[in-house]
Design a protein. Structure first.
Length: 126
């Protein structure tokens, strides 16, 4: 099934600043059972190794459930964990370079805070 067709339902974000890392997998399982169509992992304060471990675990959970998995900020972790995509902040790798690294099928979202940034986002992904 096309990834755009699978982008439905609610979009929860599991954030390690709210959920302790040891509980992330069980929280993700609960989210999957609740019917999420997409799940994002946000782990700004964890080490790269821990982020990768959590991302790999959540990729396995979301893959079994057939839902989309997004990694926050870290293109390297998204690529290595086989995530469906990445959500970028304004200080992250530019979307154009992210597209080159992750490929045409990857979901790439990014934050916008001004009308100009929104116009640029629209231009990049038309």
């Amino acid at each position: 099934m096309d990834i755009k067709a699978r982008m439905k339902g609610f979009y929860p974000i599991v954030d390690t600043s709210v959920v302790e890392p040891a509980r992330v997998p069980s929280v993700a399982e609960s989210i999957v059972r609740a019917g999420a169509g997409i799940l994002q992992l946000r782990a700004k304060s964890t080490s790269t190794a821990e982020f990768f471990r959590l991302a790999t675990t959540l990729r396995n959970i979301t893959e079994r459930a057939g839902i989309i998995f997004i990694v926050n900020d870290r293109v390297d972790v998204a690529l290595l964990s086989r995530a469906d995509g990445v959500h970028l902040g304004t200080e992250d790798i530019p979307p154009e370079e992210t597209r080159r690294l992750l490929g045409r099928r990857a979901v790439i979202g990014f934050s916008t805070h001004t009308p100009e940034e929104l116009k640029e986002a629209d231009r990049l992904f038309r």
